[in-house]
Design a protein around this ligand. Structure first.
Ligand SMILES: C[S@@+](CC[C@H](N)C(=O)[O-])C[C@H]1O[C@@H](n2cnc3c(N)ncnc32)[C@H](O)[C@@H]1O
Length: 431
């Protein structure tokens, strides 16, 4: 399939049918020529990053909205405008290839219209961009409800956060420290002519200067390193599991943090990894097999532990809760357009239920790390404040000087030190 047609098909399914980019992209990558895969990825990610800004530019240029079976033409137009405004694809090639995609998409009668709109964008670019950029939700390409929530939570930093959300994230790797120290692995990378920088907070994290195919990472197939953002690598570090302990990794799939817990502490008595989603659990097995590690992997609802765990209480629990993923928008730009305000309320309720249920599975004296890749207080600090208020035997263990029960936890913002946005709170059970 031609690249622009594939991109339009993917965007159409994300924007009109609520499907996720990470599910669709691999399916379409196999349908385009190998040399075009990077371009397909760039067109999909880029158009979704800037969707509302691009969409607003089409409005004055269309006689009437494209609906029904012709709606895919709208996605194609967005792909065309994205190329003209944001890429180095020569304008004549962007135009010709986008117009030609009408044939593949079986919407040939729209060829003239697509050509006309794209030529108009070229001609009226300054006028169009000045107009849309007057509104911050269009200039920064976020839905208004999300912009408002971020603005309310971060009155000083909201523009930096939204700007970071639209940037290309770097590739981070986690060094398997049961195989190499970070310094040893850095030397191996240098031998392979790959530049990387150690992270200051995450002890196993290296940030690559440029993304590479994992096959060029030394010892990747043998599990000597894995791909994982620097902020996500703090989870296992904060959990700090000790030899001989019984540990639960709740909401574990695809198993990045499961593997990290074991790499840091191979002498646990047992690591139980549980997740609701059977398909995602397959990836936990694949990850552990590659690294040569073993855990007890269970399918189950973390809010109903009696269904999958009849054993002893755990010494430590990592709860990497299902969340809005508003901290990882740079890696998943479709999140901006797929999430709805009511999702946040539902997720916060589910997170509270899982916290309450897993707390019963924690030994007195045990530690629970609550983690999300969200930046919204409803899922983070407010969630933990409410939990502390209703749980007399829960004690907040501060992760920094301002981590107090009124404003608990550690909020890392997206883009800070080039990490993803993450939230952590450390709780211990007094009796
Ligand atoms: C943030 S992801 C986990 C990422 C994982 N910890 C890692 O580091 O690779 C959240 C996970 O929660 C799972 N999940 C959602 N609701 C759940 C529930 N009620 N019980 C258990 N797992 C759930 C999802 O299937 C998803 O895999």
């Amino acid at each position: 399939m031609k690249t622009r047609a594939a991109a339009a098909n993917i965007l159409h399914q994300v924007l009109n049918q609520g499907q996720s980019l990470s599910t669709l992209l691999p399916r379409y990558q196999s349908k385009v020529a190998a040399k075009d895969r990077a371009l397909l990825q760039e067109l999909c990610f880029g158009t979704l990053r800037w969707y509302s800004r691009l969409d607003a530019m089409t409005k004055p240029l269309l006689e009437k909205p494209l609906k029904g079976k012709y709606r895919v033409v709208h996605s194609l137009l967005l792909v065309g405008i994205y190329q003209l405004l944001y890429t180095r694809v020569p304008a004549h090639a962007a135009l010709a290839e986008t117009v030609n995609a009408c044939k593949v998409l079986k919407v040939e009668p729209f060829k003239g219209m697509v050509n006309g709109v794209l030529r108009n964008v070229q001609r009226k670019q300054d006028e169009l961009t000045t107009k849309v950029d007057a509104l911050p939700q269009l200039r920064l390409a976020h839905p208004n409800w999300l912009l408002k929530r971020i603005q309310q939570a971060y009155p000083e930093q909201w523009q930096d956060i939204l700007t970071a959300n639209n940037q290309h994230p770097p590739m981070w790797i986690r060094v398997n420290q049961s195989q190499h120290s970070r310094e040893q692995y850095l030397a191996l990378l240098q031998q392979a002519e790959l530049d990387a920088t150690p992270d200051e907070l995450a002890q196993s994290a290296l940030r690559l200067a440029r993304p590479v195919d994992v096959t060029s990472l030394p010892g990747f197939e043998q599990g000597h390193s894995s791909v994982q953002d620097g902020a996500a690598q703090l989870a296992a570090q904060l959990l700090d599991a000790q030899a001989g302990e019984l540990v639960l990794d709740a909401c574990a799939a695809p198993g990045g943090k499961t593997a990290h817990i074991l790499e840091r502490q191979p002498a646990l008595s047992q690591l139980v990894a549980v997740d609701l989603d059977n398909d995602r659990l397959k990836r936990v097995h694949q990850n552990l097999d590659r690294i040569g590690l073993a855990a007890t992997v269970l399918q189950g609802d973390a809010a109903q532990p009696a269904d999958w765990w009849q054993g002893e209480q755990f010494d430590r629990i990592l709860l990497d809760a299902p969340c809005s993923a508003t901290g990882v928008i740079r890696r998943h730009p479709d999140i901006k357009w797929l999430r709805r305000p009511e999702d946040i309320t539902q997720l916060a309720t589910l997170q509270g239920q899982i916290l309450d249920a897993l707390w019963q599975q924690l030994k007195p004296g045990g530690t629970l790390i609550y983690a999300t890749c969200s930046i919204l207080p409803d899922e983070n600090s407010q969630q933990i404040t409410a939990f502390l208020n209703r749980t007399p035997n829960a004690l907040l263990k501060p992760l920094h000087a301002n981590d107090t029960p009124d404003n608990p936890g550690w909020q890392l913002l997206p883009g800070a030190e080039q990490r993803d946005g993450f939230y952590y709170a450390k709780l211990s059970k007094t009796a």
